[in-house]
Design a protein around this ligand. Structure first.
Ligand code: GLU
Length: 450
């Protein structure tokens, strides 16, 4: 790794040093194999949207996913069945209860959400067997694509939970007795216990969290694991329900969609920013890694990662609001100047999303093209336009054209795909793309009536 990027690893190392000495909490022992974990183990990993990997501690040593598997199986169910169908079986309301509570809607028996055991058992049961693959193989394949490598089951942990998992089994039978379990509880529990015993490393978990943050596309492999809307839905449920009865406090203080597991794994996703993971098996009473919680809280505060903390970087989109007579030009005669005064010019830069597009349209109005009769939007310094911004800009420019404003765009990269049929419109009113700003201005100026 380059010396500069070591600074990111340093931030993780600093957290490690700061919190490694925390000895509060207990190992989970209701699954006997988990009680054999090394209490001092503490690992941290971060993966960026470009697939850059940073870690500290033994981030390649495996452990079982436990409940960190739940959001990913939920993602698979949403991809296969859609939100409406999954929502018929599992609600999306915070339960305010512990992970293994009987969190079922009184009238329907529908579990409160897919992050508590009751909801996760139903979600797992919703993944149908296909002629080619049993439900568990589909889960294994999907979660492996989230991680970017083939995962496997820790058979000892699986067996340990299968022997002692009566409470979960009881939950499954209870759910079926109330209605919403579409398969046999025995089969559902077999799959659920195997999914919880999937073996991952801290870096695997960071890749999985990063894939959710990256709109469902694994930033290491480039593979689309789930569609973007599904990734957003899963992050929403993680944000409200991922930390069981500590979810509200977590969103308040840490402010990131997250999921904990009783092995000591913990993930958090910064949408469009990074995936974070930690492993440290001493747990607080809500089943969350004590060191993990402390480290994520400190990191969020230090780097300003809280979702609701979103200082707008104002002023970076619109770089110019003027009329063309103020721009350098080869045509400087008085007649030309008078016409150029009547061409409003706005220039934008960078990547345009909805917020940026709104700024651009507002700036165009400030330049008063309705009065001057012509407008040029200079997009030469724009690097990208997302589909929403493109639609909003097209609509705003379309209104100018309809209002009789002679409108041209300097857009050599073709970012702003023109309205269908624009090329066929009347020569005087069409929204025209040009390679240079000067050509766009000249076209506008030449068409203005004296
Ligand atoms: N396999 C565990 C259980 O179902 C997962 C619980 C958790 O990680 O929170 O009890």
């Amino acid at each position: 790794m380059s010396a500069a990027a070591e600074a990111v690893t340093d931030a993780l190392r600093e957290l490690h040093t700061r919190f490694a000495g925390l000895r509060d909490g207990q190992l989970a022992d209701y699954i006997p194999q988990l009680a054999l974990a090394e209490p001092d183990a503490f690992r941290l990993a971060l993966i960026s949207m470009d697939g850059h990997r940073y870690s500290t501690g033994d981030a390649d040593v495996p452990f079982t996913m436990q409940s960190v598997s739940k959001p990913f199986v939920y993602a698979l169910a949403l991809s296969v069945l859609g939100l409406d169908e999954v929502g018929r079986w599992v609600n999306a309301e915070p339960s305010g209860e512990a992970f293994n509570a009987i969190s079922l809607e009184p009238a329907t028996g529908r579990p409160d959400n897919a992050m508590v055991n009751a909801g996760a058992i139903v979600t797992t049961a919703l993944i149908p067997d296909t002629p080619d693959a049993p439900g568990f193989d589909r889960i294994l394949d999907c979660l492996s694509r989230f991680a970017g490598r083939q995962l496997d089951v820790d058979e000892q942990v699986y067996a340990s939970e299968a022997v002692t998992g009566d409470r979960n089994r009881a939950l499954a039978y209870l759910i079926r007795s109330a209605g919403p379990l579409p398969v046999d509880p025995v089969a559902a529990m077999e799959t659920y216990f195997r999914q919880c015993a999937l073996r991952v490393t801290t870096l695997d978990l960071a890749a999985m969290a990063a894939t959710l943050a990256h709109g469902g596309v694994n930033p290491l492999t480039g593979v689309e694991v789930v569609p973007e809307p599904v990734a957003a839905q899963v992050l929403a449920v993680m944000a409200t329900c991922g930390m069981y009865d500590a979810s509200g406090d977590w969103l308040l203080r840490v402010g990131l969609p997250a999921k904990s597991g009783v092995s000591g794994g913990l993930i958090a996703s910064g949408p469009a920013r990074f995936g974070l993971a930690t492993y440290s098996p001493l747990l607080d009473p809500t089943g969350t890694s004590v060191r993990g919680r402390a480290a994520f809280g400190a990191l969020s505060e230090r780097l300003g990662l809280h979702l609701m903390h979103n200082p707008a970087l104002a002023g970076s989109t619109v770089t110019l609001v003027t009329t063309a007579d103020d721009l350098p030009s080869a045509q400087a005669g008085p007649w030309e100047r008078a016409r150029r005064e009547r061409v409003a010019v706005v220039a934008a830069q960078g990547a345009l999303d909805f917020t940026a597009a709104e700024r651009v349209l507002y700036a165009l109005d400030e330049a008063r093209p309705q009065e001057t009769g012509a407008a040029v939007l200079d997009l030469r310094q724009v690097t990208d336009i997302d589909p929403v911004a493109r639609a909003v800009l097209q609509s705003g420019l379309g209104r100018l054209v309809e209002g009789g404003v002679r409108t041209a765009v300097a857009d050599p990269a073709g970012h702003l795909v023109l309205l269908p049929g624009a090329g066929e419109q009347d020569e005087r009113t069409a929204l025209r793309p040009f390679d240079s700003r000067e050509e766009a201005v000249a076209w506008c100026a030449s068409g203005l009536a004296d």
